[in-house]
Design a protein around this ligand. Structure first.
Ligand code: ATP
Length: 313
């Protein structure tokens, strides 16, 4: 089993500390979502793991070895950093064959990964004719070429159509089930919630969270109850009397912040008020992420007003 181990990893570019004393382990057998605002240090961390940049201090290792000491690196780590990097004048097949030959990977793997990534039909087309989504698939094909135990993918869903997004979600989960270490950066929270088991979150180069997805959501969100009642006037008055904050949740439903369904249910029963619907509402990964990273973005615009944001009543 091969993990990625970062120990006190630091990278400075002049006055900018892109990665700041980062210590964590990316474990095998699960998909780890790598999150953080723009400029948080995700790509730099991946580059340091791949030996494309040298750390200012600390270490990055794959299976206890620095990347630079790996004999056949593509057989240990498959990475997608920049899908635009492949040479446009080659065909997809030639590009992969060249990579295979230079890493002593059997040529037949080329056809396997072309098939796996849905590119078999366009394998003889020049890469410069490829759309962004096709280039992403080709980058993923290259990452899979050496059948590596570790995969690191920077924004792999970039440019993929809805079918491609479902495909990559299933691919990532399958790779993790096979016992591989899968690290995936993304800015798409719904997507990350759909494929990640675990999260590592950076803010200004520092580790903000290293925890399972359900744990992360629970830890960084408040309890909230969604309800619908046949007697809104009396229930609202009863809730306000007990100090609850009540907000409209749309569709005639209300949200009660900082409360649990069992307590609100008991209160309604005491007051003899009919409740038509009552649920503990799970926060989304996006809400939990914004709660954690609110002050961590160097380049943040004002957060957009959510169409579903509750309005106090
Ligand atoms: N080669 C470089 N020279 C100078 N500064 C750099 C270099 N590479 C990255 N940085 C700086 O390091 C910081 C971290 O950048 P990085 O690209 O790692 O962040 P990121 O989390 O991947 O961001 P994004 O989500 O926007 O891709 C940023 O402030 C960036 O400007």
């Amino acid at each position: 089993m091969t993990s990625i181990d970062l120990l006190d990893l630091t990278k400075e570019y002049g006055a900018v500390r892109a990665v700041d004393h980062l210590t964590c382990s990316i474990a095998p057998g699960r998909v780890t979502g790598f999150l953080g605002p723009n400029g948080a240090g995700k790509s730099t961390t991946m580059r340091l793991v791949l030996g494309l940049d040298r750390p200012t201090s600390g270490t990055a290792a794959v299976g206890a070895c620095p990347y630079a000491t790996l004999d056949e690196p593509l057989r240990t780590v498959g990475a997608l950093l920049d899908a635009q990097a492949a040479s446009g004048s080659r065909t997809a097949r030639d590009h992969l064959r060249f990579l295979a030959a230079s890493n002593r990977i059997p040529a037949r793997r080329t056809d396997d990964v072309l098939e796996e990534t849905g590119l078999a039909a366009v394998a003889r087309r020049r890469i410069r004719t490829f759309s962004l989504g096709m280039r992403q698939r080709l980058g993923i094909a290259a990452a899979l070429l050496g059948d590596p135990p570790v995969l690191m993918l920077d924004e792999p869903t970039n440019g993929l159509d809805p079918e491609g997004i479902v495909w990559i979600r299933e691919l990532l989960r399958r790779l993790a089930r096979q016992g591989r270490t899968v690290l995936v950066s993304s800015h798409l929270m719904n997507e990350t919630a759909a494929f990640a088991d675990h999260l590592v979150v950076l803010g200004r180069g520092r580790l903000l969270a290293d925890t399972s997805l359900p744990d992360f959501i629970e830890r960084h969100s408040r309890e909230r109850v969604r309800l619908r009642t046949g007697d809104p006037v009396r229930l609202r008055a009863a809730l306000l009397r007990r100090g609850h904050t009540v907000a409209e949740g749309g569709d005639g439903r209300w949200l009660v912040e900082g409360a649990r369904a069992q307590d609100i249910g008991a209160l309604a029963a005491q007051e003899g008020i009919a409740v038509l619907e009552l649920t503990d509402e799970q926060a989304s990964l996006e809400e939990a992420y914004f709660a954690l990273t609110a002050n961590q973005a160097d380049f943040a615009a004002a957060p957009p007003a959510s169409p579903t944001a509750p309005r106090e009543v």
